[in-house]
Design a protein around this ligand. Structure first.
Ligand SMILES: Nc1ncnc2c1ncn2[C@@H]1O[C@H](COP(=O)(O)OP(=O)(O)OP(=O)(O)O)[C@@H](O)[C@H]1O
Ligand SMILES: [Mg+2]
Length: 260
């Protein structure tokens, strides 16, 4: 098939999500939002707390349904969660009754990957996130950052076409974060077709990773900034005039807090 004729990885058409609270109060978390993430594109999302970023991602994940509008992944309407999307949620979502290795292996089992291959993949990704000695541990025996790494390994192990990641690297030390940036970028570049939609509060992280940075405020995408920095990039390279200009452009759209 002609690549240009292929549908985008993610498409939102006039999506609104309204939550109705027990009190009857209505909260419009996402307002009439349209968005296209192309195949092979890495999109980072920033914005103030409580303004609809996670809601957007949860809609794409099929975890919640829109109040109105349409969501398509690879041209197909999202009906619910699916193996085409690898999701790291903002909250910890490990299976507490499965050991670390079995958490990582879960998606592979669901896809009926043969046992030997599963074992090798789980070992490879345990090593990638620095938890090779913890395959037999229970999630409750791990620190918050270690649990985060298991969740990341579980998504990476499935090598999905679409990555949906909600602040995946929160709580990790600087070096581990830089290393996982590299792993993610390698996975993303491999094959050249994988799309990433990643929420972060760290604008510099968005500069290292993203092709585009979206600023979400009050349930809308208020800014869409291209990150025209050359690749390959690394955590140490996000300095200089160009990066400063993009950083300032993004941060200015957060508004509210006066940090000038
Ligand atoms: N399940 C829910 N029920 C009711 N209200 C909700 C629900 N989920 C989110 N909201 C509300 O929707 C709005 C957007 O929340 P959301 O979690 O998308 O914000 P966010 O931008 O991800 O914030 P943060 O940066 O703090 O994670 C908030 O006002 C929140 O209270
Ligand atoms: Mg959130």
């Amino acid at each position: 098939m002609n690549k240009d004729a292929e549908p985008p990885a993610i498409e939102l058409r006039s999506v609104t999500k309204t939550f109705v609270l027990e009190s009857g109060e209505r909260v419009v978390a996402v307002r009439d939002t349209s968005l296209t993430v192309a195949r092979g594109e890495f999109v980072c999302v920033v914005g103030p707390s409580g303004h609809g970023k996670s809601t957007l991602l949860n809609l794409m994940a099929g975890f919640i349904k829109p109040t109105s509008g349409e969501i398509l992944v690879n041209g197909k309407p999202v009906e619910g969660p699916g193996p085409d999307r690898g999701v790291v949620f903002q909250q910890d979502t490990l299976f507490l009754w499965r050991r670390v290795a079995d958490n990582i292996s879960f998606g592979l089992e669901a896809r009926r990957v043969p046992k030997e291959e599963r074992k090798a993949t789980v070992e490879r990704y345990l090593k990638t996130v620095g938890l090779e000695d913890f395959g037999g541990a229970w999630p409750r025996q791990l620190s918050g950052g270690m649990r985060r790494r298991v969740a990341i390994a579980a998504v990476f192990a499935n090598e999905p076409d679409v990555f949906l990641m909600d602040e995946p690297f929160v709580g990790l030390d600087y070096l581990r974060r830089a290393q996982l940036h590299k792993v993610l970028l390698d996975l993303w570049e491999e094959g050249g077709h994988r799309a990433v939609f990643m929420i972060t509060h760290d604008v510099d992280e968005a500069l290292v990773l993203g092709d585009r940075i979206l600023v979400v405020k009050e349930g809308r995408i208020v800014e869409d900034v291209e990150v025209a920095l050359p690749r390959p990039r690394s955590t140490y390279m996000i300095t200089g005039e160009e990066a400063s200009i993009i950083r300032r452009d993004v941060v200015l759209h957060f508004g509210e807090l006066d940090i000038a």
